[in-house]
Design a protein around this ligand. Structure first.
Ligand code: IMP
Ligand code: MG
Length: 175
């Protein structure tokens, strides 16, 4: 797809907000048994930066879920393509996501992980587009609320491109 990218949140702003979030989460989880569960692949950069800013013991695990595709799927059920490796019984799970859009991914992942009997489950997302919500889910830790724009960078892709951009950019499609 042809287009250009306009910086929405510059690198310095992303990094300082992640630093802030990291210290808030570290304080909240200092006496807990934290497992950060990143959703592949979009959360990888955010999770790396976030956990570097958390001065507590934690474990990292990953899941991959299919996207439900095109909004045509009325059930909005996602498929689990990769489960976590570790036993989450009694653990304090923090799901790490790049962006909450319709909320369907997070709703499905939460339902799936609840069955593993963790002590708690919360959600941390770098970005949030609350205006696009189809199901009522909220992230407890949000980096930035953004308007309904398609964004790339800092892990987020367009057809697998632009994940490595060190900032969050708006993708402007060429007309
Ligand atoms: P949800 O299930 O609709 O909340 O969608 C979450 C997933 O859609 C994210 O993990 C992203 O992979 C993708 N997504 C939603 N909005 C954007 C965007 O603006 N840029 C890139 N990916 C997005
Ligand atoms: Mg994603």
């Amino acid at each position: 797809m042809e287009g250009s990218i306009e910086i929405l949140i510059p690198k310095e702003k992303v990094e300082s907000r992640i630093k802030e979030l990291g210290s808030i989460i570290a304080e909240d989880y200092k006496d807990k048994d934290l497992v950060c569960v990143g959703l592949l692949k979009g959360s990888v950069m955010f999770m790396a930066e976030l956990t570097k800013n958390m001065n507590i013991d934690l474990a990292m695990d990953f899941m991959k879920v299919s996207s439900y595709g095109g909004g045509m799927d009325s059930t909005g059920v996602v498929k689990i393509l990769k489960d976590v490796d570790e036993d989450l019984t009694g653990k304090d799970v923090l799901i790490i996501e790049d962006i909450i859009d319709t909320g369907l991914t997070i709703a499905n992942v939460k339902d799936f992980l609840v069955k593993k009997m963790p002590n708690s489950i919360k959600v941390c997302s770098l970005l949030d587009k609350p205006s696009r919500r189809k199901v009522d889910v909220k992230g407890e830790y949000i980096g930035f609320e953004i308007p309904d724009e398609f964004v790339v960078g800092y892990g987020l892709d367009l057809d697998e491109k632009y994940r490595n951009l060190p900032f969050v950019g708006k993708f402007i499609q060429k007309k």
